[in-house]
Design a protein around this ligand. Structure first.
Ligand code: UD1
Ligand code: MG
Length: 459
């Protein structure tokens, strides 16, 4: 018979130390909110339902928690922050639906590994009543200490309430605790708030369970998996760990990185095979990179679909809605936004291509600008297959440059250009023979007058 499991995810904390106008769990790692990492891990561990305890920004936190998972999420509101024990009890109605196992997770610990959750839950089926995931801390300050005797967990002591002897213990509570769904409400209701903070500590559940003859154990997980986020400095540390893992996974799947530590990935970055990434590249959300593409140094890329064999950068910026065809090129100091660049097309230098469709094999000269915005609306620029746009041209949208058309350098094009036509939209050149020499002489003469000796000009 398969067991049923409810995950109770706590995300109602005040998070004063983040000094933020938004809930802590909405801050992101790998461009995904902390809470989403946690709920995805719970879903991956196979829980049947999630009870989400929210406070501030409840709707946004719930939306983030639901995104990307199939497991039902029931939000419950904790209006007053009275501690983790109190927070879990807010989910009393969901807990009472009847589950074999309850697993409590903290919404601010996004590196939790689904395998550790599964290990904790399966430990219960082996006879333990309460299972806590612990870790050995390099610096245990601030964490609850796991006090063991004869292989069993006898108590969790919060740092503030711990004696000097207990503080010397480096085995800490990671914040994941599992117990019986049938006895949950009963155990949780027995938690009091007689401690330094005057809070209802979930961690007191261990001593309460033992007093009732139940068996409690702690199992160990890697410290990195249990990192909690209470400050922005900790958020940055968690990001580092997450990035290191994501880069490792990308490289193992066939991506080359010259300097992995300078490449920043998103939770949803997708790579084909044989992609090469040079140093200092940032991937925002929603990027796919096709087989064999090369991302040169210093690119900033988000919401972009990069075709196979495409070459990007150095110093290119791809904004949302960029679709680059097979073997296309977007070179240095170019910005692409909501634009399709056809197969083999080149946008090589200093250009802005926004709200545009660039046909296959078109060549966009240096410094070309699509003038897409009239102050109120965005307009489309269409550039046909094999068209050639001369350098330093402005294409004032809405506009269509036909297939095979040429635009002379320095043009400001305001009218459509038919297929295979040549458009030149700039002042005609005037050349005045000898005029440069005369100009030079005139300037020299003026300069000489100004340079009169000091004695003359002083009198
Ligand atoms: C908690 C544990 C500690 C453990 C540490 C691991 C308790 C009493 N202490 O301490 O043993 O070592 O996590 O990181 O559980 N929350 C609510 N409502 C509340 C209080 C908290 O939803 O009333 C949520 C917070 O948003 C957070 C989580 O519960 O996601 C943990 O709360 P936090 O205040 O961070 O607990 P710690 O002091 O870190
Ligand atoms: Mg915490």
């Amino acid at each position: 018979m398969t067991r049923t499991c409810l995950a109770v995810v706590l995300a109602a904390g005040d998070a004063t130390r983040m000094k933020s106008s938004k809930s802590k769990v909405l801050h992101a790692v790998g461009n995904l909110p902390l809470i989403s990492h946690v709920t995805r891990a719970a879903a991956a561990a196979g829980v049947n339902k999630l009870a989400l305890v929210v406070g501030r920004d409840g709707d946004l936190v719930t939306d983030a928690a639901r995104a990307g998972i199939d497991v039902p999420v029931a939000p419950v509101v904790q209006t007053e922050r009275k501690g983790t024990g109190h927070a879990v009890l807010m989910a009393r109605d969901v807990i009472s639906e009847g589950f074999d196992d309850i697993v409590v997770l903290y919404g601010d610990a996004p590196l939790i590994n689904p395998d550790s959750l599964t290990a904790a839950i399966s430990e219960r089926s082996k006879g333990a009543d309460v299972v806590v995931l612990g870790f050995r801390a390099d610096d245990p300050t601030g964490y609850g200490r796991l006090i063991e005797r004869d292989g069993e967990l006898i108590a969790i002591r919060e740092h503030r309430d711990a004696s000097a002897e207990e503080r010397a213990i480096d085995f800490c509570n990671g914040g994941v605790i599992t117990f019986s769904g049938r006895e949950a409400v009963n155990l949780l209701e027995a938690i009091g708030n007689d401690n330094v903070k005057g809070e209802f500590y979930l961690t007191d559940l261990v001593e309460i369970a033992r007093a009732r003859g139940l068996k409690c154990v702690a199992i160990e997980a890697p410290e990195e998996d249990m990192m909690g986020c209470n400050t922005r400095a900790e958020l940055a540390e968690i990001e580092q760990v997450w990035q290191a893992r994501a880069r490792q996974a990308a490289m193992l799947s066939g991506v080359s990185m010259i300097d992995p530590s300078s490449v920043f990935l998103s939770h949803d970055t997708v790579f084909g095979n044989d992609v090469m990434i040079e140093p200092n590249v940032w991937f925002g959300p929603g990027v796919r990179v096709g087989d064999g593409a090369v991302i040169h140094a210093f690119c900033h890329i988000e919401g972009a679909d990069i075709g196979p064999g495409a070459m990007i950068g150095p110093f290119a910026r791809l904004r949302p809605g960029s679709e680059l065809g097979e073997k296309s090129k977007v070179g240095n100091f170019c910005e692409i936004k909501k634009a399709r660049v056809g197969a083999g097309a080149k946008v090589n230098h200093l250009s802005y291509i926004g709200d545009a469709i660039v046909g296959p094999a078109a060549n966009i000269g240096a410094g070309t600008i699509t003038c897409n915005y009239d102050g109120q609306n965005k307009h489309l620029t269409e550039i046909g297959a094999g068209a050639f746009i001369g350098s330093n041209s402005s294409l004032v949208a809405p506009i269509r440059i036909g297939d095979g058309a040429y635009v002379g350098s320095g043009s400001v094009v305001t009218m459509d250009v038919p297929d295979d036509a040549l458009a030149i939209a700039r002042a005609r050149q005037e050349t005045k023979p000898g005029r440069a020499q005369r100009l030079r002489e005139k300037i020299s003469a003026i300069k000489a007058l100004r340079r009169k000796p000091a004695s003359e000009s002083d009198q």
